[in-house]
Write a protein that binds this ligand. Structure first.
Ligand SMILES: NC(=O)c1ccc[n+]([C@@H]2O[C@H](COP(=O)([O-])OP(=O)(O)OC[C@H]3O[C@@H](n4cnc5c(N)ncnc54)[C@H](OP(=O)(O)O)[C@@H]3O)[C@@H](O)[C@H]2O)c1
Length: 338
């Protein structure tokens, strides 16, 4: 007979393996993210369970948390890039988590979106260069068609994508002009090999001043709004601007319109880049990852790890990123809590 007032235990709690994850149960500020025990995900066909060591935090996570991007199905675990050990073969892999789920001790990783990490590259470096490095590489080469000897301006050059774009462009033989808002960020960008580092004001004039009046061949831009307009005006004839993000606080996330006669009058071009089109193409994803790991092995590419936060400090890290107080990559140690 059952004791009065005592609930029978839920048998699923005995059998279901649990893990720690940073979970959001509603959209809102950084405080909506809380650590909880949740079931370990089940791996479906074409997926493998990965024990995560580090997860990356990306700007897109902040937008999804706030409900600005398509909101996740709740409750949700955010996080689109992780590194860890694949259970079925013990291999270290970096994984792009298309639907999130990264801020957790275990993920069900799509095998098509997983890439093995070569020996000699640490977990932190692997996840630090993978998603944002692929974005930088794609924006510079696939969309931007950068050629050796060309001059490229990189906006938000101390950011997660930007600081890798500077290094990749240098490695590809370009002359690189980095743009960053504070002296500390500009010092970081100069240390990464940029030939010139500018403040984000009057950029058209500054770009002309450092190119003998000619302008730059390529801009890779994550800012938007008025800054993107200035950058467009700083293009040389046959120059291209590649947009891959919008961080400007202007309405409409700083998207701008450019007319065909503006392009024709100055023989310039505009393009966009979205990682989705790399993630969906296994051959391309592998090829880009190989390039990035090769650059890293030759010490041409290194992620600047701004901080590694424990799982219960993900919200605080979101706050720091939103305040522009970070440079390079922010990681979560999913197995540590304060
Ligand atoms: N297209 C894609 O597939 C793809 C992939 C990854 C990321 N993205 C996008 O690319 C952008 C950059 O991503 P990230 O990971 O490099 O971000 P991040 O590490 O947060 O760096 C972004 C940089 O933007 C600059 N910034 C300019 N205006 C800002 C503002 N109002 N608030 C905050 N920062 C501002 C900051 O540099 P300063 O302080 O020097 O100005 C900051 O360092 C984001 O919009 C992200 O969504 C796109």
């Amino acid at each position: 007979m059952r004791e009065r007032g005592v609930e029978p235990p839920d048998p699923t709690e005995w059998t279901m393996p649990l893990m720690r994850a940073a979970v959001m149960r509603r959209v809102g500020g950084p405080e909506v993210i809380e650590v909880d025990r949740v079931p370990v995900p089940a791996a479906e066909d074409g997926e493998s369970l990965v024990d995560v060591s580090f997860a990356g935090i990306n700007f897109d996570d902040l937008e999804r948390r706030a409900g600005d991007s398509p909101p996740p199905e709740l409750p949700a675990v955010l996080g689109v890039d992780v590194v860890g050990t694949r259970r079925r073969d013990g291999r270290r892999v970096v994984v792009l988590m298309r639907h999130g789920g990264g801020y957790a001790q275990v993920v069900a990783a799509d095998d098509a979106h997983s890439v093995e990490v070569p020996d000699g590259i640490s977990d932190e470096q692997a996840v630090g260069i993978f998603e944002q490095g692929a974005t930088a590489y794609g924006a510079l080469t696939l969309a931007g068609r950068l050629k050796p000897g060309e001059t490229v301006a990189v906006s938000a050059a101390a950011g997660g994508v930007g600081h890798l774009a500077v290094q990749i462009a240098v490695a590809l033989g370009a002359r690189v002009i980095g743009i960053a808002s504070t002296p500390a960020k500009r010092a970081l960008v100069a240390g990464l090999g940029a030939d010139e580092v500018l403040q984000p004001t009057n950029l058209d004039e500054q770009l002309r001043a450092v190119t003998d009046g000619r302008g730059v061949d390529l801009v890779v831009d994550a800012t938007g709004g008025d800054q993107t307009r200035q950058l467009l005006r700083g293009l040389a004839p046959f120059g291209r601007l590649v947009s891959y993000g919008w961080r400007a606080p202007e309405p409409g996330r700083g998207t701008i319109s450019v007319t065909t006669d503006e392009l024709t009058d100055r023989s310039i071009g505009c393009a966009g880049f979205w990682m989705r089109h790399v993630v969906d193409n296994r051959t391309l994803l592998r090829r880009i990852a190989d390039h990035l790991f090769r650059l890293a092995a030759r010490h041409h590419l290194r992620a600047h790890i701004d901080r590694i936060v424990p799982l219960d400090q993900v919200g605080a890290a979101h706050t720091a990123i939103a305040a522009r107080a970070t440079a390079g990559k922010v990681l979560v140690d999913v197995n540590r809590e304060t």
